[in-house]
Design a protein around this ligand. Structure first.
Ligand SMILES: Nc1ncnc2c1ncn2[C@@H]1O[C@H](COP(=O)(O)OP(=O)(O)OP(=O)(O)O)[C@@H](O)[C@H]1O
Ligand SMILES: [Mg+2]
Length: 237
């Protein structure tokens, strides 16, 4: 589905990603873990082709992403770490992407309402999206992505700073997405979340992929000393 080959990214003299090689399979939940500044968001932006200035080769479903950025963007939707709401109702925030693709009327209403319902925010449909709590806003951001019904989702810290109930709702939505055959790439600080959700996990440190593997194996018997320190360290929060 996704093959990254020697992907590097620099911002000025900061090396955000260093020769990253990764394959992500269709239908899996793939977690990217690592400390703040490790390069997780940068990697998700490249996968989503929202950042196109990088070196190396990125193949998406057999196509070279750099030559087909629009095709990638149509099939990949990113949920940002700090989602921005339009100054409009929750309904309109979620409907926006469908409207620009020409969906309207009853189909639009039904699709939006069913997603709002699944995330427990149907009762907020008419509320101004700028006036939501953090957890509500994060659920709207997930709803906005889900309603697009694309093949691949990149989720950047989708539950950072949320309470247990919001985490539970969003994690359930993520595993339902996988059950629907979606491919999910999830950046998270939360190691427990990677353990609960991900089929495979990559640990990145200073822009470098240190280790990739089945999630259980990576946590239980890391092969690299740096991975071991990270998963056994006091990074749990
Ligand atoms: N637009 C930018 N301009 C300059 N430097 C940037 C930019 N975006 C990211 N960086 C740098 O690239 C590196 C990787 O950043 P990135 O946001 O990918 O990390 P992250 O793993 O997502 O961190 P966090 O867990 O804090 O979200 C950091 O050193 C960061 O300062
Ligand atoms: Mg980040």
């Amino acid at each position: 589905m996704i093959a990254l080959n020697e992907i590097s990214k620099t911002y000025g003299n900061v090396s955000a990603l260093k020769r990253v090689n990764l394959e992500i399979h269709s239908g899996e939940i793939f977690a990217i873990i690592g400390n703040s500044g490790a390069g997780k968001t940068t990697l998700l932006k490249i996968i989503s082709m929202l950042e196109t200035d990088f070196s190396g080769k990125y193949m998406f479903k057999g196509l070279e992403a750099r030559k087909n950025p629009e095709k990638v963007r149509k099939q990949v939707t990113m949920v940002f770490q700090n989602p921005v709401m339009f100054r409009a109702s929750v309904f309109d925030n979620v409907a926006y992407g469908l409207r620009i693709r020409g969906v309207n009327g009853r189909e639009l209403r039904e699709r939006v309402e069913s997603i709002l319902e699944s995330l427990g925010i149907l009762s907020l449909a008419d509320k101004n999206a700028r006036k939501l709590s953090g957890g509500q806003r994060q659920r709207v951001a997930v709803a906005r992505a889900l309603v697009m019904d694309v093949d691949v989702y990149t989720l950047d810290e989708p539950t950072a700073n949320l309470d247990a109930e919001n985490v539970r709702i969003i994690e359930r939505a993520i595993s339902d997405m996988r059950d629907d055959g979606k491919t999910i790439i999830l950046a998270t600080h939360n190691l427990f979340q990677a353990k609960r959700l991900a089929d495979r996990t990559a640990y990145i440190e200073n822009g470098e992929v240190i280790e990739v593997g089945e999630t259980d194996r990576l946590f239980e018997s890391p092969e690299d000393e740096r991975t071991r320190r990270f998963v056994e360290g006091d990074h749990y929060f």
